[in-house]
Design a protein around this ligand. Structure first.
Ligand code: SF4
Length: 310
């Protein structure tokens, strides 16, 4: 398989067939991000020949859901390519015709594949026409994961995310119109020390205008190789405490009015949890209170300080 250095995927894509469509990120500027620093380049689309070769190779251990057992090369029960996840920071930034060509290859090798997902930036959606989004939906694109990080415009600008909160709402509504579902990644702590509650309120206001099937909260971990770390050394930004980040998440959970899944499942979270909103709001809040009261700042800080890798 043509996998380039570390491959990142959302926790809920664990059962998906992962095919690398791009390596690195077209934006490559967010101050806190160190995810693709092990690459010798900023961004590279995978050649279609590599994608095709990987799909061919994947047939040896993933079976197509439509293919009868006797037609399979190997009979590995459970390894069914119902869903393909295109790896890379933002494969959705590829031109629509390129994404449609990838979808065509997926269909050729796995005709029973039900959907294709990937990470997407808000700006990737903005760069496509409504007709292109509709064509991508017909080709199977669904369940994008968008790292909106926050709805706090001050934080978005400082971190150089490359869009404002209004763009999140606008582009997600276009995805809704096209029938392409999406999940959000939220980054607790991105607003900095003393501004977490403000950031959570701004994010809830944005999320309440959209329809993410899931909001996945991650917690900011500042690594010494990041631009953000250098800003901290220069006194330009101060990191929120661990308990403050959990208070921020509690505020977000309290203010979300849309029906959605809420999850904290990545390695940046010292405690994993997941539930449905609004039905499990009380349980989620109680779990967050237990983390704050029973674990506390010092032990949470120890976890963060020892988190060598996300
Ligand atoms: S868009 Fe995502 S992958 Fe790219 S620099 Fe920002 S956080 Fe990192």
């Amino acid at each position: 398989m043509h996998y380039t250095r570390t491959i990142w995927r959302p926790p809920y894509e664990a059962d998906s067939l992962i095919i690398e469509a791009t390596a690195g990120c077209t934006h490559h500027r967010c101050k806190f991000c160190t995810l693709y620093e092990d690459l010798p380049f900023a961004f590279r689309p995978s050649p279609l020949e590599d994608i095709e070769a990987d799909l061919l190779e994947a047939q040896t251990w993933y079976h197509d859901p439509l293919r009868k057992a006797e037609e399979r090369l190997f009979d590995l029960e459970g390894a069914s390519a119902d869903r393909v996840f295109l790896a890379g920071a933002n494969p959705f930034g590829l031109k629509a015709h390129h994404l449609l060509a990838i979808a065509g290859l997926v269909r050729r090798y796995f005709p029973g594949c039900r959907s294709i997902g990937c990470f997407a930036r808000v700006t990737d959606v903005a760069a496509k026409t409504d007709d292109e989004l509709a064509a991508l939906a017909r080709a199977g694109f669904d369940g994008l994961t968008i790292g909106i990080e926050t709805g706090d415009n001050k934080a978005l600008a400082f971190m150089e995310k490359g869009y404002e909160s209004a763009a999140i709402v606008k582009q997600c509504r276009r995805l809704d119109g096209a029938g392409i579902g999406y999940a959000f990644f939220y980054l607790a702590g991105i607003s900095g020390a003393g501004r977490g509650i403000e950031g959570a309120r701004a994010t809830a206001a944005v999320a309440n205008e959209t329809r993410p099937w899931l909001i996945g909260a991650n917690m900011l971990t500042v690594y010494p190789t990041s631009e953000l770390y250098r800003d901290m050394q220069r006194g330009l930004w101060a990191e929120a405490g661990e308990v403050e980040k959990y208070e921020e998440i509690k505020e977000l959970v309290a203010r979300l009015e849309i029906p959605t899944r809420f999850a904290m499942l990545g390695a940046s979270n010292p405690v994993m949890l997941a539930g449905s909103l609004p039905d499990q709001r009380e349980e989620i809040t109680a779990a967050l209170d237990r983390i704050i009261n029973d674990i506390g700042e010092e032990r949470l800080r120890t976890y963060r300080a020892n988190l060598r890798h996300l």
